[in-house]
Ligand binder design. Structure first.
Ligand SMILES: NC(=O)c1ccc[n+]([C@@H]2O[C@H](COP(=O)([O-])OP(=O)(O)OC[C@H]3O[C@@H](n4cnc5c(N)ncnc54)[C@H](O)[C@@H]3O)[C@@H](O)[C@H]2O)c1
Ligand SMILES: N[C@@H](CCO)C(=O)O
Ligand code: NA
Length: 430
């Protein structure tokens, strides 16, 4: 080990993740030094307020001037765990300009401006590592960026948001409504005071953009990802899923088209069969399937959130980046050479579960079936239950383009005999 040389690290942000990063850097200092090849020295911690005691962090390391910290010029690695787009973006760019490599957990920033960050890293000969940004502790970024770099990934499908998985799991197991389940997620500290990013699917969509970019070697931005959150999922949707032998999960799905020329990325709630491994992902856990031509199907599972699990991923990146710094090498930069077209949601191929309230009289089923046939959508199953001249009809389709399925629903709504389209949910995982 090179004890003359120290790896100087600056930490930006000392919240849930940052405080755990600082703690593990101290408690595992000897192992980290042995693995990197030089001792790690935490030279500064940027916080919003310095007054509060931070166990294990000497007070003289704390500063409220993050910009001055990243401009010191002697920092090897900046760890950014502030979150959000600004000031994180400016601080990371300044860190590169002053010779540091960067480890970040910031999916929102990467999904918004990843290419510019990569370009800045490239320009200054630095590393940009972000294993913690997707699925917390679960190694997923590095497998896609490195281990599977020789294969052709065709699909990434999984649960990448712990908060929403906790809420949906609670609704499924206890019959609770959405509001009640969200309240419990907030009380347990999974959901933040403002849970919008999680429940509206923004967090999962940012992760989907990052995963799609890595999987398909193509730039995919947050705006390219079709996004639906879980706020409209009702206890009755959950009950119909159960009746079909399914549960409801918020899924992120990134797929290469059948002809290989385009990709789609989407986040939405979907029914999945109880026998599917994703149905057994409970609480705030995450799980992601990666399907590749040579490798076949791989499953990654584990804690996708929380201070300590996320710090594990940050520290793994610190070791990788630290080794490169000492050896004067770099890890992989951006790989977006494939430049595949990112197709709209209408091109995604999926299945629908549609519940309709209809008039219970001759010819209604035929009318409904004609609309499906008119858009080339094949019906898998139909279930009807009649009562007092009205009937509830549940139609499950085979796979079809989302645009065709949406057109079917539009026409069904116009039929006089269809009183209400009570719910529409996609079905995945079969
Ligand atoms: N918590 C998780 O489970 C988790 C999992 C994966 C990724 N992440 C990501 O990690 C990052 C940090 O998340 P967190 O949960 O620790 O958030 P957090 O809110 O607990 O911590 C962020 C900290 O940054 C501080 N901060 C804000 N502006 C600052 C500034 N200008 N200078 C210095 N400090 C500043 C805040 O005071 C806060 O203490 C985010 O990008 C988040 O998306 C979090
Ligand atoms: N809010 C995120 C944190 C991890 O990225 C979640 O619930 O999964
Ligand atoms: Na990860």
């Amino acid at each position: 080990m090179n004890t003359e040389r120290k790896l100087k690290v600056a930490l930006l942000g000392c919240g849930s993740v940052g405080s755990e990063v600082a703690r593990i850097m101290t408690t595992h200092a000897d192992d980290l030094a042995a693995r990197i090849g030089a001792p790690v020295e935490l030279v500064g911690v940027a916080v919003r307020r310095t007054g509060r005691p931070r166990p294990g962090i000497p007070g003289d390391l704390l500063t409220t001037d993050a910009t001055a910290l990243v401009k010191r010029g002697d920092i090897d690695v900046v760890i950014e765990v502030i979150g959000g787009v600004e000031p994180a973006r400016g601080l990371i760019t300044t860190a590169f300009e002053h010779g540091a490599s960067v480890v970040t957990a910031n999916k929102a920033l990467l999904a918004e401006d990843g290419p510019a960050l990569y370009a800045a890293a490239e320009q200054h000969g630095a590393d940009l590592y972000y294993e913690a940004a997707v699925a917390g502790a679960i190694p997923l970024v590095r497998p896609l960026r490195e281990s599977l770099a020789g294969d052709r990934v065709n699909r990434v499908l999984g649960i990448v948001n712990g908060t929403t998985n906790f809420i949906l799991d609670k609704m499924d197991t206890s019959g609770a409504g959405y509001a009640e389940a969200l309240e419990e997620a907030t009380a347990l500290g999974y959901a933040e005071a403002d849970p919008t990013a999680d429940v509206e699917g923004f967090d999962a969509a940012a992760k989907a953009a990052i995963l799609a970019g890595l999987a398909f070697h193509t730039r995919v931005r947050l705006d390219d990802v079709h996004r639906e959150g879980i706020t409209e999922v009702s206890a009755s949707d959950m009950a119909s899923a159960r009746e079909m032998g399914c549960t409801v999960k918020l899924l992120a799905i990134c797929e290469r088209s059948a002809d290989g020329t385009s990709v789609t990325a989407r986040v939405h709630p979907a029914m999945i069969p109880l026998a599917h491994p994703l149905a057994s992902v409970h609480g705030a856990y995450n799980a992601v399937f990666v399907e590749a031509t040579a490798a076949g199907q791989l499953m990654f599972y584990g804690p996708g959130a929380g201070g300590s699990p996320t710090a594990s991923a940050v520290l793994g990146d610190l070791v990788a980046v630290g080794r490169h710094k000492l050896n004067g090498t770099r890890g992989p930069g951006e790989s977006a050479y494939a430049q595949l077209q990112v197709a709209p949601m209408g091109d995604a191929v999926t299945r629908y579960h549609i519940s309709l309230d209809v008039a219970d009289k001759p010819g209604v089923l035929a009318q409904v079936a004609t609309i499906f046939a008119g858009h080339d959508v094949s019906i898998d199953t139909v279930r009807q239950q009649g009562k007092d001249g009205e009937a509830s009809l549940v139609v499950v389709t085979h796979r079809a383009p989302d645009s065709a399925l949406r057109a079917v629903v539009g026409e069904l709504r116009k039929l006089d005999t269809v009183r209400d389209v009570a719910s529409i949910m996609r079905v995945e995982g079969e």
